[in-house]
Design a protein around this ligand. Structure first.
Ligand code: FAD
Ligand code: EPU
Length: 343
């Protein structure tokens, strides 16, 4: 069933390491217990929030409701003619899934190695790295209507996946829980090539294990170690702008990293824009910009959510002033009663 803990700190349950509390924290490992808890929240009119690994949220203050930690686990594999379909429950850790598939010789997830978080959130967020996004490998997502107690299966094309976005952040947000994700792995594996791979000596006789290792090493070298320094990965999304706006920026700064999108829009590196604002050693309390990567805001020790937010606002304002581009946060903000739209 589930474990109940009263007035427990959320510090170890969010990667920003915000030292806040929830009225109750409940770990669930079955769909039934998730529904039971939801019913309790409803009858007492208590706010609730579902978390996976807490790696894409910023708590701004103590949470006055129930935090449900999703640990609904299990993986089943179905073999088809040209593909395997993995039915993965949403409380599995994403990177554990990547390692498991590699161990049993199913390749295709390696470009998404070492991304923290649960499988459910991976679909909600349409996680991406090094040329691959969940949308490329997702077959379906099962979402539970807590109100009606039924599971709806959304085929990939109905999930409205786009850059760090999906229907689970909109239509299927309130009153729904992502329960499982169907992952499609092709039998004829082909490497997804990306710039750091081309630079690597290991490119000769490339295989999925080599890609896995290159990506793990790269990520370890440039992202902060979660055990030592609180953060939630990229704080903002890379802005996607019209070709005219991009042209204006490129006419002044020829070396801005940018990527042409299928619809003709241009994605600009937010890290580069922030670096160009030259914040040097800006620090608000213990909230700072990570030295090795400008898009990552860090909690050096005892930063509060408000301090991180204040720093983010300064960054957002400065970028707008200099480049006329409004950075949009990638992370979710949570106040005492739930998720709120900020910035
Ligand atoms: P949480 O933070 O627990 O939740 C995120 C949101 O989803 C919350 O609003 C929560 O309420 C909701 N939610 C969670 N589970 C459910 C559910 N089952 N049903 C309904 N709603 C739910 N992201 C990338 O895309 N690419 C990267 O390369 C990447 N690198 C990262 C590196 C670091 C060091 C860190 C800290 C983060 C990185 N991220 C990256 C961001 C993060 O890992 C992903 O967004 C991840 O998918 C979040 O998973 P989570 O389980 O921790 O989500
Ligand atoms: N760069 C700078 N300054 C910096 C850091 C980077 O100019 O301080 C430049 C780099 O030189 C490079 C470019 O910016 O040319 C892009 O940097 P990087 O490869 O690190 O990727 P990113 O755009 O910053 C995105 C994702 C990451 C994902 C990587 C790898 C977003 C918001 N972030 O980061 O995802 O791991 O690509 O594919 O799209 C996350 O979502 O939390 C996340 C970490």
């Amino acid at each position: 069933m589930y474990k109940k803990k009263s007035n427990q700190s959320l510090k170890d349950l969010n990667t920003f390491s915000m030292d806040v509390t929830a009225k109750k924290i409940i770990f669930v490992n079955t769909i039934q217990s998730l529904i039971e808890i939801w019913k309790i929240c409803k009858s007492y009119n208590l706010p609730y929030i579902i978390l996976g690994e807490g790696s894409n949220v910023l708590f701004l203050e103590n949470y006055m409701g129930i935090v449900i930690i999703n640990r609904i686990k299990g993986i089943t594999i179905q073999e088809k003619k040209n593909v395997w379909i993995l039915h993965v429950f949403s409380g599995e850790k994403w990177h554990d899934l990547v390692k498991y598939t590699m161990r049993i010789g199913l390749f295709g997830l390696e470009n998404l190695s070492l991304i923290p978080g649960s499988v459910g959130s991976a679909a909600i967020q349409n996680i991406g790295a090094y040329g691959l996004e969940i949308k490329h490998i997702c077959e379906y997502v099962d979402v539970l209507s807590l109100e009606r107690n039924n599971i709806i299966r959304l085929k990939k094309n109905s999930c409205q996946f786009s850059y760090r976005n999906s229907i689970f952040k909109h239509k299927y947000n309130n009153g729904y829980a992502v329960i499982a994700v169907g992952i499609k792995i092709k039998k004829n594996w082909k490497p997804i090539i990306f710039p750091i791979l081309l630079k690597s000596k290991k490119i000769i006789q490339i295989n999925a294990y080599k890609i896995f290792n290159i990506i793990c090493q790269t990520r370890k070298s440039k992202l902060p170690n979660l055990k030592k320094i609180g953060n939630a990965g990229s704080f903002f999304k890379n802005p996607i702008v019209t070709s005219q706006i991009a042209k204006n920026i490129l006419s002044t700064y020829i070396n801005v990293p940018h990527y042409l999108q299928k619809n003709g829009f241009i994605k600009i590196s937010a890290a580069w824009l922030i670096e160009k604002c030259n914040f040097k050693n800006i620090q608000i309390g213990d909230a700072a910009i990570y030295k090795k990567h400008n898009l990552i805001l860090v909690n050096k020790k005892k930063a509060t959510g408000q301090e991180i937010l204040k720093l983010a606002k300064i960054i957002q304002k400065s970028i707008f002033k200099k480049f006329k581009i409004l950075l949009e946060p990638e992370i979710d903000f949570i106040n005492s009663s739930g998720k709120i739209k900020l910035l």
